[in-house]
Design a protein around this ligand. Structure first.
Ligand code: IMP
Ligand code: MG
Length: 182
C-alpha cells in the first residue's frame, strides 16, 4: 500500500532532531519567562503539533490559546492580505504573549498577527517559530525563538501541509516535485 512517505523527496529534519531542538526551546522559554505570566498563542493549523510538543517541554505554568488566519489571494503564494477566521478566547491585555508558528516564509502573516495583537495592549509579544526561510523574507520580523533555519524549499510534515495533506508525518520533509504538478 502506498504511504505518505513515498511522496517525500528528502527528510530535512528527523523526528529525533525535532524532539531535541524542541526540548532546548522549551528549556530556554522556561528560563526566560520564569516567575512571569505566559500565554502561548498557537496559529492554526500548522503549528498544532509543534505547540503540543513544545508545551510539554515548558516547565513553568502557562496558558494556551488559538488563532486561525487565512490569507487571501489567487496564488499559492501568501498574499499578505490576512483575515482572522478564529480569534483568541483570551483577553491579552497586560499578558506576556508568545506566538507559536510553524514557519515564517515572507513574514507577511506574522507581521499582520503581531500588529493586530499589539493593538490589544499586551505586556509583551514575542515569536517562537519552528522553521524560518530567511531567503524568502519580504518583511523584516524580529524572531525571538527559531527551531531551524531552512533553505527555500517547500516542506511538509509535522503540522505543515500541502493541500491539507501530510500534516501527520512525524518529520519535516521536502515534497517530491511531481506532487506539486499534479
Ligand atoms: P508567510 O506569510 O509568507 O510568512 O507565510 C507563512 C505561511 O505560509 C505559513 O504559516 C504556512 O502556512 C505557509 N507556508 C510557507 N512556506 C511553507 C512550506 O514550505 N510548507 C508549508 N507551508 C508553508
Ligand atoms: Mg501557518
Amino acid at each position: 500500500m502506498p504511504t505518505l512517505d513515498d511522496d517525500v523527496a528528502q527528510v530535512l529534519i528527523s523526528k529525533q532532531q525535532l524532539a531535541d531542538r524542541i526540548h532546548e526551546l522549551g528549556q530556554q522559554i522556561s528560563l526566560d519567562y520564569a516567575g512571569q505570566d505566559l500565554l502561548l498563542v498557537c496559529v492554526l493549523k500548522g503549528a498544532v503539533l509543534f505547540l503540543a510538543d513544545l508545551m510539554r517541554q515548558i516547565t513553568i505554568p502557562h496558558a494556551v490559546d488559538f488563532m486561525a488566519i487565512s490569507s487571501y489571494g489567487a496564488s499559492t503564494e501568501s498574499s499578505g492580505v490576512v483575515r482572522i477566521l478564529k480569534d483568541l478566547d483570551t483577553n491579552i491585555a497586560g499578558r506576556n504573549v508568545l506566538i507559536v508558528e510553524d514557519i515564517i516564509d515572507t513574514g507577511r502573516t506574522l507581521a499582520y498577527i503581531t500588529q493586530n495583537l499589539h493593538t490589544r495592549h499586551p505586556k509583551s509579544v514575542r515569536i517562537c517559530t519552528l522553521l524560518s526561510k530567511p531567503s524568502r523574507r519580504e518583511l523584516e520580523i524580529g524572531l525571538d525563538y527559531v527551531g531551524f533555519v531552512i533553505p527555500n524549499k517547500f516542506v511538509i510534515g509535522y503540522g505543515l501541509d500541502f493541500a491539507e495533506i501530510y500534516r501527520s508525518l512525524p518529520y519535516i520533509g521536502v515534497l517530491k516535485k511531481e506532487k506539486y504538478q499534479c
